[in-house]
Design a protein around this ligand. Structure first.
Ligand code: HMG
Length: 388
């Protein structure tokens, strides 16, 4: 039985900062951000959006009467959790008005958690073929104003439904994992911004990619040339390019050109949003499927998921007949097209206006937010979520 991604949804807030402007404000050559980092725009997250509301806004786009009563499990990957005990998945079940008998759990392993959710969902559907699983990844990537990581911030959410006979991508049974206890990127409980050893993290990412790709090929007796495209977790789009270039000498020139061309298609959307952490790989997959012009059903796509700390997984999916028809491409393109540019000063003010980690009541700037689901603030130490 084929199991995999039946639908893909996306959400990012409506504000962004232009990376050339940010570079100028930081006394950097704009090409460092545009080419060296590979980012053109960066999502700016208002204090009325958090991981829960962004997840709900993404998931809402792929829920309908046709699948609502089939979903019996919500798996919510995030490293921007809003509570140390209560799962964000419970808030999601409520906001999305899914039935109360839906099993709902939050998962964490840095940017890898959405992939963990998808693999767990695949096994769940294999055991219960008439059911579907809603898997969501939502995060806010924050390193701090003026930090080296600042041009690699961003935020948003991806949502997928995993089902039998999927319309978009059937996920193969085999995959390769590599796990090692390293300190490349982490966020202690007291910190709202990530701590990162940037150069080390980038080197570890490439090492994990090469290891898991090799392990996958050895387990499955397959070759790079079997794959029409490779998609990557994209903390910044140059990262994926560096990883791709590290293995291009293992294939023919024409195949290397095909992989490069498809990589460009796979980073179109990520260039405009920045790092989504958990959702980043799936935004890149979505970008590939919408923007590539020479993919066909039956083509195999290799996916590399990486979560700092660190865990990597390489796995493969097969494009399904009419996959393009199942993509909500217009919704995605409108969302990106209708965003509002903010100045660097406005971005800094929004960055500093996040709801503080305090017990006192707080009201967010939700009146400026047009998203369906939003965070109104905190009352009596409880987050207050609303929908329009
Ligand atoms: P930096 O030290 O400011 O940048 O930080 P740099 O000096 O290394 O320059 C970046 C690139 O721009 C270099 O290219 C320069 O040559 C180039 P590279 O050597 O990398 O190919 N450059 C220029 N290019 C064109 N024109 C110019 C120009 N000037 C310079 N004029 C760094 C960069 C990525 C380290 C920093 O932003 C950072 O620490 N980011 C956060 C960490 C990160 O994203 N790591 C990625 C791997 S870890 C991961 O993916 C997991 C993660 O998503 C978290 C999770 O799992 O939850 C982060």
């Amino acid at each position: 039985m084929k199991v995999g991604i039946d639908q893909i949804g996306f959400y990012t807030p409506k504000w962004y900062v232009d990376m050339a402007n940010l570079a100028q404000a930081r006394n950097e050559d704009p090409n460092k951000y545009l080419i060296g980092i590979g980012q053109s725009k960066q999502a700016v997250i208002p204090n009325s959006q958090d991981a829960v509301t962004m997840a709900a806004n993404a998931a809402d786009t792929i829920l309908s009467e046709a699948n609502r009563d089939k979903i019996d499990l919500i798996l919510f990957g995030t490293e921007s959790g809003i509570d140390n005990s209560k799962s964000g998945a419970i808030y999601l079940q409520h906001l999305l008005d899914l039935p109360n008998d839906v099993q709902s759990v939050e998962l964490k392993q840095a940017c890898y958690a959405m992939t963990a959710g998808i693999q767990l969902a695949k096994d769940h559907v294999l055991a219960h073929p008439d059911k579907q699983v809603l898997v969501v990844g939502a995060d806010i990537a924050r390193y701090g104003l003026h930090s080296a990581g600042e041009p690699t911030q961003g935020g948003g959410a991806m949502a997928v439904t995993i089902s039998a006979d999927p319309r978009i991508l059937a996920i193969e049974a085999e995959s390769a994992h590599y796990v090692a206890d390293i300190m490349d990127f982490w966020r202690p409980l007291y910190a709202t911004e990530a701590l990162v050893d940037g150069k080390y993290s980038s080197a570890q990412y490439i090492d994990f990619f090469k290891r898991t790709l090799t392990m996958y090929q050895q387990h499955t007796n397959t070759e790079l040339s079997d794959l029409s495209a490779l998609v990557f977790h994209l903390p910044y789009t140059k990262m994926g390019l560096k990883a791709l270039k590290s293995i291009l000498n293992e294939t023919s020139e024409s195949h290397a050109n095909q992989l490069m061309k498809n990589f460009e298609a796979s980073r179109v959307f990520n260039r405009q949003v920045g790092n989504l952490y958990t959702g980043s790989l799936y935004l890149s997959l979505f970008s590939l499927l919408v923007n590539a012009d020479d993919l066909n059903s039956g083509d195999k796509i290799g996916l590399f998921s990486y979560g700092s700390g660190a865990e990597g997984e390489f796995f493969v999916g097969t494009l399904q007949t009419d996959y393009k028809k199942a993509l909500h491409a217009d919704h995605m393109q409108n969302l990106l097209r209708n965003r509002v540019e903010v100045t660097v000063t406005e971005y800094e003010a929004m960055f500093n206006s996040q709801m503080p980690l305090q017990a006192e009541d707080f009201e967010t700037n939700y009146r400026e937010d047009s998203a369906k689901f939003y965070l109104a603030g905190q009352q009596q130490q409880q987050r207050v979520y609303h929908q329009k």
